[in-house]
Design a protein around this ligand. Structure first.
Ligand code: V47
Ligand code: SF4
Length: 376
């Protein structure tokens, strides 16, 4: 366990000192205090607070899981300005669309591997409907009942449900009966309506995103939440985004983890936007850990951040690195991530965690601990 951090009066303004004391006392900070942290706190101070919270919650454990991704299609009816996929919609010949057979072939290719989760996420194809995905999941579950299916962002679900003329509740119940167990956190982007209009005007709005997650939680399903940061939004928009999530979590307690997603600027319609600095990245992760006091976990998604930066974030409030991801995920490599073919074996991810002098813990999707890897 870490010792209680001590602040030097000389180095801190009185308002930062007050916020620091609140955090150490386990009290919630307000959106205004969060803005003060973004605008005036240095990364060392934020790191100390975020790590204090992380250590109090999880000791020196850093979680990972063994998963694989299936991206059924990169064709998308929407045109988010930040997305490398949306360009492909304009260039349909570059699009792909996997058949049920091809996706089952991917699932079967893991038959002799100890994976616990399949993460299904992709574009919103106009022809792939709710029955198609329900049949696919039934086949997956029949083949490997223990495989946890975390699938479909609220964007994909909203489109599926509207097409099927189902309410969110009806649609989620239908998919759950077919095998869907959790929802990933994608599609949240930034909830502020004006920013959303600029970067992803045509897909599910903030209210719709939040309502799908709320309904899933009410049905006993768990989900994650993301925030796409470092583009045209301001600090206040990030805080508003986190605040809407924190408020919903107070009500439902259904979110497992919060995942800040760093905007990458290659091959999309926002390539003129400079990417966030490493200082901004660290601030965002630490502030997320401090502000989102009711979220059990903060995840650094290494295929997007790159493994070195993900490793660094372990010292800044992060307790989860997502998965081994033997991967087929393309959304980040296409948008300019350093990780051009993201894949890590269990030994590699365990080593990566051990290098940070933490214990690596394999978890399942719901954060049940499966295996503990102590440093030798
Ligand atoms: O919603 C798209 C993001 C998300 C870019 O729940 C981009 O465990 C950065 O949500 N730069 C989809 N980000 C992926 C996602 C996810 C990933 C890993 C784990 C989980 C989980 C969820 O990808 C989209 C969007 O925010 N994205 N383009 C880009 N250029
Ligand atoms: Fe489609 Fe998702 Fe890309 Fe938006 S981010 S264009 S919804 S694949």
């Amino acid at each position: 366990m870490s010792q209680q951090p001590v602040f030097s009066d000389a180095l801190l303004s009185s308002s930062l000192k007050t916020i620091g004391q609140k955090v150490l006392a386990g009290e919630r900070i307000t959106p205004e205090e969060c803005l003060e942290l973004y605008e005036h706190a240095e990364v060392d101070f934020l790191g100390m607070l975020a790590n204090h919270i992380k250590t109090k919650r999880h000791g020196n454990k850093i979680y990972f899981n063994r998963n694989f991704h299936i991206e059924p299609t990169n064709v998308c009816v929407f045109s988010c300005a930040f997305c490398a996929y949306s360009r492909l919609y304009k260039n349909r010949e570059e699009g792909w669309e996997l058949s049920e057979e091809q996706m089952m072939h991917i699932v079967k290719s893991y038959d002799d591997k100890k994976v616990t989760e399949v993460h299904i996420v992709g574009g919103v194809h106009p022809k792939l409907n709710i029955e198609f995905f329900a049949n696919l999941m039934k086949k997956m579950k029949a083949h490997r009942p223990s495989l946890h299916i975390k699938g479909y962002t609220a964007v994909e679900l909203d489109y599926m449900f509207r097409k099927a003329k189902m309410t969110n509740k009806e649609g989620l119940e239908y998919l759950r009966a077919a095998g869907l167990e959790s929802l990933p956190g994608g599609g949240a982007e930034i909830f502020d309506e004006e920013i959303r209009e600029k970067i992803c005007a045509d897909k599910v709005d903030s209210k719709g995103w939040l309502d799908i997650h709320k309904t899933a939680h009410e049905l006993g399903m768990h989900s994650n939440a993301t925030m796409l940061y470092g583009h045209v939004e301001k600090f206040s928009h990030r805080i508003d985004h986190m605040n809407r999530l924190r408020t919903l979590q107070d009500e439902t307690n259904g979110f497992n983890c919060f995942i800040p997603l760093k905007f990458r600027n290659e091959n999309n319609d926002m390539s003129d936007v400079t990417e966030s600095s490493v200082i901004d990245d660290i601030k965002t992760y630490t502030i997320a850990r401090i502000f989102m006091d009711n979220f059990p976990h903060v995840k650094a998604y290494w295929p997007m951040l790159g493994r070195e930066k993900a490793q660094l974030m372990v010292n800044y409030g992060v307790d989860d690195l997502d998965g081994t991801i033997d991967d087929s995920t393309k959304i980040y490599s296409m948008a300019g991530s350093e990780e051009q073919s993201p894949s890590m074996t269990t030994d590699e991810i365990v080593d990566l965690i051990h290098q940070t002098e933490n214990t690596a813990v394999e978890r399942d999707t719901l954060y049940n601990e499966l295996e503990v890897f102590e440093i030798a």
